[in-house]
Structures are given as structure tokens and as C-alpha cells.
Design a protein around this ligand. Structure first.
Ligand code: 4NP
Length: 149
């Protein structure tokens, strides 16, 4: 799960995906990262922690880290929150296989629309952002588990 600062959107997406993994007993590994190092080492934004906690998801132990090229090798799917993250992540891909792993989260809930999860850091709206993320993560897990059937 990738966003810009790795303190608002991708930590919530990470927490929601971990919760789906636990619920469905999937043997998947999830992590999140930022395309910037602005907040490297920081815990998620207090508003993100509080919003996830309303849904009984504890993201307070996460720490911000920078996305690295090794992530595109190690992980099967790299899910980005908006077009900037998408383009910056795609630039790090070293081959067609790595390029094909890079996705926009909301295309799982709104296929083909290339919608962005809005950045709530300055503008707020964490409840709305969380709802968008939750809907798309559930659709993503449905889609990826269906592929494997
Ligand atoms: P995020 O939000 O990408 O959802 O973690 C942001 C957090 C921090 C900044 C920008 C976006 N920032 O500019 O510091």
C-alpha cells in the first residue's frame, strides 16, 4: 500500500487489508510505504489512528518508510492511492513484470475510472477517505482471491 507520506492513506489501507487477511485466513503479507521520506520513522497521523480505531483496527504500531525498488521485486501487487504515487512508483519499475504489479486502489472498486483516494493530510475528511479505502480493499481481496480459485 503506497501513498505520499505513509502516515495517512496507506497506513489505513494497510490496516484494513491486514484485517481482511485475518478474517479470511489468507497467507498474505502486507506492508505500506511512501513515495516521499517526509515522515520517515513517524507513527501514522493521529487522525488516521483514530479513524481506524473507530473500526477496531489498530494502526498505531506502523512506522513510515520510503518505498524502495526491492518492494517491486518482493511484493506481487503494489497498490497506490493516487496518480502521483502511481506514476512515481511506476518510474521505479525495472521491467514489464514489475510495471504490471503497480495498481491504483480505487480501480478495484471503480474499475477503469482511475479515481484517486484524496489526500486528507491538509484537507481532512478522514471518515470519507477510510470508507473509500475500505470499499476498495474488500473489492481487491475479492478479486485477487477469485483469480486464485
Ligand atoms: P499521506 O498524506 O500521503 O496519505 O500519508 C500525506 C502526509 C504528509 C504529507 C502529505 C501527504 N506531507 O506533505 O507532509
Amino acid at each position: 500500500m503506497v501513498c505520499l507520506g505513509n502516515i495517512c492513506r496507506s497506513p489505513m489501507a494497510h490496516g484494513v487489508l491486514q484485517s481482511e487477511i485475518d478474517k479470511r485466513k489468507l497467507n498474505w503479507e502486507v506492508d505500506s510505504a511512501g513515495t516521499s521520506a517526509f515522515h520517515r520513522g513517524d507513527a501514522p497521523d493521529r487522525r488516521a489512528i483514530e479513524t481506524a480505531m473507530i473500526h477496531s483496527i489498530d494502526i498505531s504500531d506502523q512506522r513510515s518508510r520510503l518505498l524502495v525498488s526491492q518492494d517491486l521485486k518482493e511484493y506481487d501487487v503494489i497498490v497506490t492511492m493516487d496518480t502521483n504515487n502511481y506514476n512515481n512508483t511506476l518510474k521505479m519499475a525495472e521491467n514489464a513484470d514489475e510495471k504490471s504489479k503497480v495498481k491504483l486502489l480505487l480501480n478495484y472498486s471503480h474499475p477503469g475510472e482511475n479515481r484517486a483516494v484524496p489526500d486528507p493530510y491538509y484537507s481532512g475528511g478522514f471518515d470519507y477517505v477510510y470508507a473509500l479505502i475500505q470499499e476498495a480493499v474488500v473489492a481487491m481481496v475479492d478479486s485477487l482471491t477469485k483469480d486464485k480459485e
